[in-house]
Design a protein around this ligand. Structure first.
Ligand SMILES: CC(C)(COP(=O)(O)OP(=O)(O)OC[C@H]1O[C@@H](n2cnc3c(N)ncnc32)[C@H](O)[C@@H]1OP(=O)(O)O)[C@@H](O)C(=O)NCCC(=O)NCCS
Length: 127
């Protein structure tokens, strides 16, 4: 798992209980995962296809800093998949775990199209 970006929890990111709003967290994860897919596939025409069961493990409070981690899982003909973990930057307490996120490479009409990446030619080290 490689932790890429960090977020400071601000007032606008909170729910009615004044803890981190799950929707805000999912938005950040989707954006981070999209950037990850773009860099790995060398294509900006990627869309979120699938997000598996989401486990909200613990919360975060205003002023906390969280970090978003992604782990490459595999590539298919048009897709790329990875897992995700978000944790508190300082305590390392896990906040959310997602087993599988899948992005699909699409053409100008929005149809799946081969990304031409394989385990042999994809650069999984590139951030
Ligand atoms: C993404 C989209 C173009 C895929 O179309 P589709 O007809 O379902 O595509 P396919 O069935 O050919 O599958 C495409 C790839 O996705 C994978 N896939 C499809 N459904 C999947 C699922 N439920 N779980 C995991 N992977 C899945 C397939 O295995 C295939 O991968 P591969 O080519 O690497 O083998 C279409 O579903 C779509 O436009 N969805 C909306 C995307 C979007 O707008 N996302 C933003 C959030 S709303």
């Amino acid at each position: 798992m490689k932790f890429y970006s960090r977020k400071l929890i601000k007032p606008e990111d909170l729910n009615a209980r004044n803890t981190l709003f799950g929707g805000a967290l999912l938005r950040w994860i989707d954006e981070e995962a999209g950037i990850y897919a773009i860099t790995k596939l060398d294509s900006k025409n990627v869309v979120t296809k699938f997000i598996s069961e989401i486990n909200f493990i613990s919360s975060a409070a205003q002023g906390d800093v969280i970090e978003i981690g992604l782990q490459f899982k595999g590539v298919g003909t048009t897709s790329i998949s990875f897992s995700c973990e978000v944790r508190n930057l300082l305590s390392k307490q896990a906040i959310i775990e997602i087993e599988t996120i899948v992005f699909v490479n699409v053409d100008d009409d929005g149809h799946p199209t081969p990304h031409n990446k394989t385990l042999d030619n994809i650069d999984i080290q590139r951030s």
